[in-house]
Write a protein of this length. Structure first.
Length: 626
């Protein structure tokens, strides 16, 4: 009892002495913040930042963004923020970090001051274990939430900022920001509100090329490419035509646009961190260097741009109501991410096929892999997909040791299963006269040309579905979102296909495995291995699990022969006609042991197979709109 009372008294004392953080009010912040970012130090990967913040005498609290839009969680990189110094009228000011909210800094503005000068650095990770690399000798990315402090007490959409950026000598850039002028290597952008600025990142590089994806259009769409090498930015005309087709198929689907112009930012690199992040008038996309130069082998990554482009409509223009927050330090709520991300995942696959960015067979294989994943996910027995919308907050996208049991952000891919289920249900009930395409036009296509966020609730989604095809959509959706047990695969059967497993991989999924330098035994032995034979993923209660294999285990030998993926594949095949177990020599830490896998089911790889005598609705779904 004494301990509890002491803790309460201590908490009350701390609260009493803490400076209050003003709540955000929807009124203009007086004056314009001048933000200058110097990104020229690529050798040391340091961004140097100065701000001039208009301020009245008295208490002022500055906030560093914590809740990052499109990241769905409190992922602001405060650990990479350093060197904070403040002055007013040339004299240093003391600052004090808030004792509860470590993203807040309290200062006292002196009587004769009209502004506070702020100086600090953003230190890009220099090693993968520190985070995503945002600046290299050839490429840099500006995510403005990493580069700005802003005053508490005002909504971010009512704070005006005048940003400028100093680039390395001769570098070019792409961004949704409007350029006022460029003098040498310093670019001044048009003043805008803080919310829009943070939603308008920038990619720059030594090697840069811009492609027009909608020539002659009133509303331009551009693909801005930066890369490690000069040849990597060069695309063939037929490759650009597929990107243009993707834009046109999106317009035919949504029958609208919600931006003044749209800029794909695409980084092709072996060093710059991979990324896929949506913004209202742009998107950040980072993949390996061979996107254009090894076009066929890089097919599996070409679904990224259709996904992020879809977000301009779903997630940015139409936005969940519980993500309508006043600033970047108010917690987001993610209850509708199965719409925001799940339906975007579905449309990303559909647009990839309709535009030809991916072959139709390849998209069908992606759908097969998705179905197999949830057909075998043991975590569905205890955790519904609705609860996974909390994962960006719970786990912060860190690696998981038992993802098959714990579950992760499954609102993406299981969400896509649910929306295929909805699409095919609409088609079936309407005798194929209506589809989810009609929902997309009616729900996301409103207010054509507007780019102010339009928020929605679960009830709004249900109402819009009922306007297309009457049904008890609330119960239909809640059963799939809140239920546990079998995966929602009914949409495949309505589409005229079923999930099967065979002993050979489809060419596309084999290429995906080779690109990732892994070996997939998920649906046979119950695990996958990286190129060194280390366990990457493990099926809970699968054959490997039951034999005692755990995370961090490396397979060294198979039946007495040094491990190679083909050696293990041959052993799995041979075990089909043998009563003998598969013998694995494994190492975990400093310990070696032999594991006997009593498995005789052969290799099992997923694919979709036609159901004879049924309408091929999947073919219709993936076919281009006329």
């Amino acid at each position: 009892m004494r301990t509890t009372l002491l803790a309460l008294l201590l908490s009350a004392a701390l609260t009493a002495h803490a400076d209050p953080i003003p709540a955000p009010v929807d009124q203009p912040y007086p004056g314009t913040i001048v933000l200058k970012v110097d990104a020229s130090n690529t050798a040391q990967q340091i961004f140097r930042i100065t701000e001039t913040i208009p301020a009245k005498p008295g208490k002022l609290t500055l906030l560093y963004p914590q809740w990052v839009p499109a990241n769905h969680g409190p992922s602001g990189p405060l650990n990479q923020f350093a060197g904070l110094k403040l002055t007013a009228n040339g004299k240093p000011l003391a600052w004090k970090r808030d004792t509860v909210n470590v993203h807040a800094f309290h200062i006292e503005v002196p009587r004769d001051a009209k502004a506070v000068e702020v100086e600090y650095q953003y230190l890009s990770p220099t090693e993968p274990n520190q985070g995503r690399t945002t600046i290299t000798s050839e490429i840099l990315g500006i995510q403005w939430h990493s580069m700005v402090l802003y005053p508490a007490g005002h909504t971010t959409r009512r704070i005006t900022v005048q940003p400028s950026l100093t680039l390395p000598e001769g570098w070019q850039y792409g961004s949704a920001l409007e350029t006022v002028e460029r003098k040498g290597d310093t670019v001044q952008f048009k003043a805008l509100d803080l919310e829009t600025m943070v939603d308008s990142p920038l990619f720059a590089g030594r090697h840069f090329k811009r492609y027009d994806l909608d020539p002659g259009a009133k509303i331009p769409v551009h693909l801005n490419v930066v890369a490690d090498t000069a040849d990597a930015v060069e695309a063939k005309p037929e490759q650009i035509e597929l990107h243009r087709a993707m834009v046109q198929q999106a317009y035919k689907l949504f029958n609208s646009y919600h931006y003044q112009h749209y800029d794909f930012l695409l980084a092709l690199s072996e060093e710059f961190g991979g990324v896929g992040r949506e913004h209202h008038q742009s998107s950040e996309n980072g993949v390996k260097l061979d996107y254009f130069t090894d076009w066929n082998k890089a097919e599996s990554v070409r679904g990224l741009l259709p996904h992020e482009f879809t977000h301009s409509w779903n997630g940015k223009f139409r936005r969940p109501a519980d993500q309508n927050v006043p600033n970047f330090n108010t917690p987001l709520q993610n209850s509708l991410l199965w719409v925001y991300e799940g339906q975007t995942q579905y449309w990303g696959q559909v647009l990839s096929a309709r535009s030809g960015m991916l072959k139709t067979d390849s998209v069908r294989d992606i759908m097969a892999a998705n179905a197999a994943r949830y057909d075998n996910q043991q975590g569905r027995s205890w955790r519904p997909v609705q609860d996974t919308t909390n994962d960006p907050i719970i786990n912060g996208r860190r690696p998981l040791g038992w993802s098959n049991w714990q579950r992760s952000e499954d609102y993406y891919n299981e969400g896509a299963l649910i929306w295929l289920d909805v699409d095919t249900k609409i088609r079936e009930m309407s005798n194929d006269t209506k589809s989810l395409d009609h929902f997309a036009r009616n729900f996301f296509g409103i207010d054509n040309g507007a780019y102010v966020a339009n928020h929605y609730t679960f009830e709004d989604v249900v109402k819009a579905l009922n306007a297309i095809q009457p049904h008890d959509w609330a119960a239909f959706l809640r059963a799939r979102l809140d239920g546990t047990g079998a995966a929602p695969l009914d949409g495949y059967a309505r589409a005229g296909w079923k999930l099967v497993y065979t002993d050979t991989q489809t060419p596309f999924l084999k290429a995906v495995e080779e690109r990732s330098k892994s070996a997939d035994f998920q649906y046979s032995l119950g695990f996958s291995l990286n190129s060194e034979g280390k366990v990457e993923a493990l099926q809970w209660e699968g054959p490997g699990f039951k034999a005692g294999i755990g995370g961090g285990t490396t397979v060294l030998a198979v039946n007495g022969t040094a491990y190679k993926a083909d050696v293990l594949r041959a052993a799995v095949t041979a075990a089909k006609s043998s009563a003998n177990p598969i013998e694995l020599l494994v190492k975990k830490g400093a310990k070696y042991r032999t594991i006997l896998l009593d498995y005789h089911g052969g290799l099992r790889y997923p694919r979709l197979e036609r159901i004879p005598g049924t309408p091929d609705r999947l073919h219709t779904i993936l076919s281009p709109l006329k």
